[in-house]
Design a protein around this ligand. Structure first.
Ligand code: NAP
Length: 301
């Protein structure tokens, strides 16, 4: 696509805000919509036009990106009243970068095809920090030609951009990602819990272990925050609860044994019940701390 074509962006949350800013920095004229309009103000200052509905975004842009929370939200934005489908031009591409159900993705894609528009599912990994510096990993489902045409848009937001397969397969890849994320986080937290109970200097353990075979994104980025008792969200517990539901649905459909995921899910339920939905997923440690009667912190927090 010509880099001068207008891109539409719907959903300016923790992820959408920095992603849309990177599109502006890459030279794309941007038209944006957010349900809570005040969140679009920062973007307007950077030159974005602010639309008053998803329909209006679709009327003004040949590529429309959606970055909202859950499957019903994407359905409402694309297929609902004043939705994208009411304004989308024939030949336009709708790119859903939210993490939602593969089945819902395919249903939305089929409806868009009826009006001559294309859909790509392109969920991301890398958290809000990667969204800010444009280094997201993007896993894409949909037609190859549409994927290739959309590459300049993806390259403004991400570093590793992989066409996984047909429609819905980007979302399947993201579920794989989330199974690994949750299991790794669970192991990171249990390791730190053991260290805390044994009275070891966890800052030194962190330094040693991140240099060896147990290192991971979760340990480096969330383990370090746990040691500083920083529970601000990069990725909020409430969104992980949604992803846990999607993983559970998939494993039930396929009757797959996934014992580690089942246990990790219980802990996220616990965090939800404790009212910690707005905190980052590193709050997983709080469930363990409650059971063990131990607080996990570094010396220099
Ligand atoms: P967030 O900060 O909670 O933002 C959600 C956005 O969606 C807000 O702009 C919200 O509008 C909008 N929204 C939700 N429901 C809506 C509806 N029914 N109609 C219109 N707008 C609606 O979430 P986020 O962290 O940016 O995550 C967005 C997506 O990316 C999620 O699917 C998440 O799982 C995925 N993801 C997140 C991360 C991460 O690290 N945060 C990483 C990878 C993937 P309002 O402002 O009006 O509430």
């Amino acid at each position: 696509m010509n880099t001068k074509d207008t891109v539409g962006f719907i959903g300016l949350g923790i992820m959408g805000q920095p992603m849309s800013l990177n599109l502006i920095k890459a030279g794309f004229p941007l038209v944006a919509y957010n349900r809570t309009r005040s969140k679009a103000e920062a973007l307007a200052k950077e030159g974005a036009r602010v639309a008053s509905s998803p329909r209006e975004v679709a009327q003004q842009a040949s590529t429309v990106i959606v970055m909202v929370s859950d499957s019903p939200d994407v359905e409402q934005i694309v297929l609902g009243k004043d939705g994208v489908v009411e304004g989308v031009q024939s030949g336009s591409v709708v790119i859903d970068m939210s993490t939602i159900s593969p089945a819902v993705t395919r249903r939305i894609g089929a409806r868009l095809a009826e009006v001559g528009a294309h859909m790509l599912d392109a969920p991301v990994s890398g958290s809000s920090w990667a969204a800010a510096d444009g280094t997201l990993s993007i896993m894409v489902g949909g037609e190859t030609e549409v994927f290739q045409r959309s590459l300049p848009v993806f390259e403004a937001m991400g570093k590793r951009i992989i066409h996984i397969g047909p429609g819905g397969m980007g979302q399947v890849a993201k579920l794989v990602n989330q199974v690994i994320v949750a299991g790794t986080l669970a192991a990171v937290c249990e390791g730190l819990l053991l260290g805390a109970k044994a009275g070891v200097d966890l800052d030194k353990v962190f330094q040693a272990v991140t240099g060896g075979a147990a290192n991971s994104w979760q340990l480096e980025n969330l383990g370090s925050r746990i040691l500083k008792r920083d529970f601000d969200p990069g990725f909020a517990v409430k969104l992980m609860l949604k992803d846990q539901r999607l993983i559970n649905e998939a494993s039930q459909e396929m009757e797959l044994p996934m014992p580690v995921s089942a246990v990790a899910r219980q802990f996220f339920y616990l965090l939800g019940q404790r009212g910690l939905g707005e905190e980052g997923t590193q709050s997983y440690i709080k469930g363990l701390e409650e059971m063990a009667g131990v607080v996990v912190r570094g010396i220099s927090d």
